[in-house]
Design a protein around this ligand. Structure first.
Ligand SMILES: [Fe+2]
Length: 507
């Protein structure tokens, strides 16, 4: 762990073709603002300097520093560092996005990093890679949860690193402390020292089950939810190397990110603008929205306007149907534990796209009617890996309109943790087989493992590789390729590339 002025290390994010956001924080005895010199170079020794400048830590922003460095070359690796109060920060690597004509881009996708549930071994594996343009983070970068969850919720295993603060984050100070804890973690620091991050958010950046005006766990004695949501947003902007899409609207996260003309990523916020999750039949009300009017109109319009070879939609919530009345009773408790089914396992989960069926149908219909045959949806949130072909109505057997790749969690509990059995136990395998047999639009799933996905985009196909770590209960350097699937350009069918051996070697 870094000590001194730069104990929270440095980070970069929101790269574009000509710019990238750089971040650090100054820890000092006095409030400041403190002058911070920064430099960007072509080499790790910071000798071949391309630009330098001076910024200041902002006491109003928890002493953080944000620099939007422009004038950079596309698809280029840079190194950067800061100096303040006689100390130098670690030197970090970052990379700009490609411009028109790019033929291939590889990036990682991750979500759901509960600090007290697991060691961030997957971040360390991502940090070892040099074949990635960036990390796409689909949310739950932090968990606001208390160290001991309320009665009835499955408790994470005790790995000996409790949350700070121990209590649930509610105030601005709470959220700042939680981000500071994450940024003190060596694997989190290694990630940010290596790759720029492009992100959307999920509910735990605020509170479990966040919706526009509340959350499933928010209690009146915790104060107005609007204050809590504003604190969550503010701490996120302070502590992350992100560029506000609209500086006048700190609640706006949705935006698109161009990867040259090869692909465009549409990043969506499925939490802070949605109506309250509600069980059927009310969930079928056509007026209900997960995106909110402004974001939905932006998304449909931006998808229409895109001329990119691939359209990639990044969001926290699983878009494909995870409920079917044909699901056998025997597997419903486990799927309910994963949050794939609603209360009692007798219907759809209101907390994801299944809970906003009319708006989902509108979106999928839009893709079909506008002949968008190049859409791939990237999702997280549910802590398991899934490949889904997206249908307006999978039961009716209509043609799929897109493919969805769902990333597993970095550390948050999946089915083995929640049900209390060993990883890759026969009971997990049986659940997965039954899910695939019952949900014909599901092509593959893995309910036990933590890790990340590598997305590889070229003109012919988008390929997804699920990389799994062997454990999150202790530091470990092992990872396995769990599965590899692709979708060919113009097709909406997922194809398995190869089924790895049951215990392939680590890379
Ligand atoms: Fe999560």
């Amino acid at each position: 762990m870094t000590a001194g002025v730069f104990r929270h290390s440095v980070a970069s994010g929101d790269p574009l073709q000509d710019r990238v956001m750089l971040w650090t924080r100054v820890t000092a005895d006095t409030d400041g603002p403190h002058d911070v010199a920064w430099s960007v170079a072509r080499d790790e020794g910071l000798r071949d300097v391309v630009c330098t400048g001076t910024a200041a830590s902002d006491p109003e922003a928890d002493h953080t520093v944000h620099v939007d460095v422009d004038g950079l070359e596309p698809a280029t690796t840079y190194y950067y560092g800061f100096e303040a109060l006689g100390e130098s920060s670690p030197v970090a690597r970052t990379r700009t996005l490609p411009e028109r004509g790019a033929e291939r881009v590889r990036f990682a996708v991750a979500s759901c990093a509960s600090y007290n549930a697991g060691w961030f071994n997957a971040y360390a594996r991502i940090a070892e890679r040099r074949d990635l343009a960036f990390l796409l983070h689909l949310g739950d970068y932090i968990y606001e949860t208390p160290n001991v969850l309320p009665p009835g919720a499955p408790q994470p295993p005790d790995i000996g690193r409790p949350f700070d603060p121990l209590h649930e984050c509610v105030t601005l100070d709470d959220y700042r402390r939680r981000y500071a804890q994450y940024r003190g973690d060596p694997d989190v620091q290694a990630l940010h020292l290596t790759h720029p991050v492009i992100a959307t958010l999920d509910d735990h950046e605020f509170a479990d089950g966040t919706w526009r005006d509340g959350s499933s766990w928010h209690r009146p004695e915790q104060g107005p939810f609007a204050d809590r949501k504003a604190a969550g947003f503010r701490a996120r902007w302070e502590w992350q190397p992100y560029r506000m899409p609209d500086p006048l609207d700190p609640t706006r996260v949705f935006r698109s990110v161009p990867l040259g003309d090869l692909a465009e990523i549409f990043l969506v916020d499925t939490r802070t603008r949605r109506d309250e999750p509600i069980a059927p039949p009310e969930m079928n009300d056509p007026a209900r929205t997960q995106l909110g009017t402004e974001q939905r109109e932006w998304l449909l319009g931006a998808l229409d306007a895109s001329t990119a070879h691939w359209r990639l939609v990044g969001n926290g919530s699983v878009m494909g149907h995870t409920w079917s009345e044909h699901l056998p009773e025997s597997i419903r408790p486990a799927l309910r534990a994963l949050g794939l089914l609603g209360e009692g396992g007798s219907g759809p989960d209101p907390d994801q796209w299944d809970g906003y069926p009319v708006e989902r149908a509108t979106l999928l219909q839009h893709l079909r009617e506008h002949d968008m045959t190049n859409v791939v949806v990237l999702s997280g949130d549910v802590h398991v890996g899934i490949v889904i072909e997206l249908h307006e109505d999978p039961v009716a057997g209509d043609d799929p309109v897109a493919v969805e790749f769902v990333a597993s969690s970095l550390t948050s509990m999946n089915i083995d943790d929640k049900m209390g059995w060993p990883r890759r136990d026969e009971r997990s395998l049986a659940l997965e087989r039954t899910a695939i047999d019952t949900l014909p639009h599901w092509k593959w799933c893995e309910f036990d493992s933590n890790g990340y996905v590598v997305i590889d985009v070229d003109r012919e196909r988008v390929q997804a590789e699920w990389w799994f770590v062997d454990t999150v209960l202790a530091p470990s350097t092992h990872e396995d390729l769990g599965a590899r699937w692709l979708v060919e350009h113009g097709s909406q069918q997922a194809i398995e590339v190869s089924r790895p051996e049951s215990a392939p070697g680590s890379v």
